[in-house]
Design a protein around this ligand. Structure first.
Ligand code: SF4
Length: 202
């Protein structure tokens, strides 16, 4: 995979991730025109708060902005005419490690559109976290988004490697979902939260 292609993907998938709320910082468009020290347009780097109140910088990206769903409120919906891209698992691992070594980030925030199926996508998110932990010995912070409809087994496995797992509740009522995101079921948000809660209690 060429550097240019990875950079192009990073541009698309870091931009697409900005709609996922985890972030306490905002970016700037000021580029380093004079080739001086520093650059305020760092793609995909944002901040989050850890349980003990620390603010950590994260590589915040989507695995892909391809999606089989068509939620009316989402920029990634399949009917939207936008540039699409998808990272391979190893690309996200490499980017995380390389950014970490350069001291750009302290962790990873990884979400995704749904490609093929919820489980197929969640499997890949888990694979990123697993490779980081087991192959790269990465002890930095990892926040994974749960993919609505992913199996309990994958949610459990995600919990083994991630510091934080979160679930987006975009629409709180069944009626709203029917109107704006008819492919999603309310149980798809509630079930993973119950699973995470029960696993924490156990
Ligand atoms: S499933 Fe998620 S990424 Fe796909 S269109 Fe709906 S909100 Fe967007």
């Amino acid at each position: 995979m060429s550097f240019e292609r990875t950079q192009e993907k990073l541009k698309i998938l870091a931009d697409a991730a900005k709609y996922d709320v985890s972030c306490s910082s905002s970016g700037s468009n000021r580029s380093n025109a004079t080739k001086g020290l520093g650059d305020a347009t760092g793609m995909g780097i944002c901040h989050s708060y850890t349980e003990d109140g620390r603010c950590v910088s994260l590589l915040k990206i989507l695995l892909t902005n391809y999606c089989i769903f068509d939620c009316a409120y989402c920029v990634t919906r399949k009917s939207n005419d936008i540039k699409r891209a998808a990272f391979q698992v190893q690309e996200v691992v490499d980017l995380t490690i390389n950014f970490y070594r350069r001291n750009y980030i302290e962790g990873l925030f990884l979400s995704s559109g749904i490609f093929k199926s919820a489980d197929y996508t969640m499997e890949r998110l888990v694979a990123v976290a697993k490779k980081l932990r087991l192959e790269e010995n990465f002890n930095g912070y990892i926040h994974l988004k749960s993919i609505p409809g992913a199996s309990d087994e994958l949610m459990k496995e995600a919990g083994l490697y991630a510091d934080r797992l979160s679930v987006n509740i975009e629409i709180p009522t069944k009626e709203g979902l029917k109107l704006l995101a008819p492919e999603k079921k309310r149980e798809d948000f509630i079930k993973p939260m119950i699973k995470v809660k029960n696993e924490i209690i156990l």
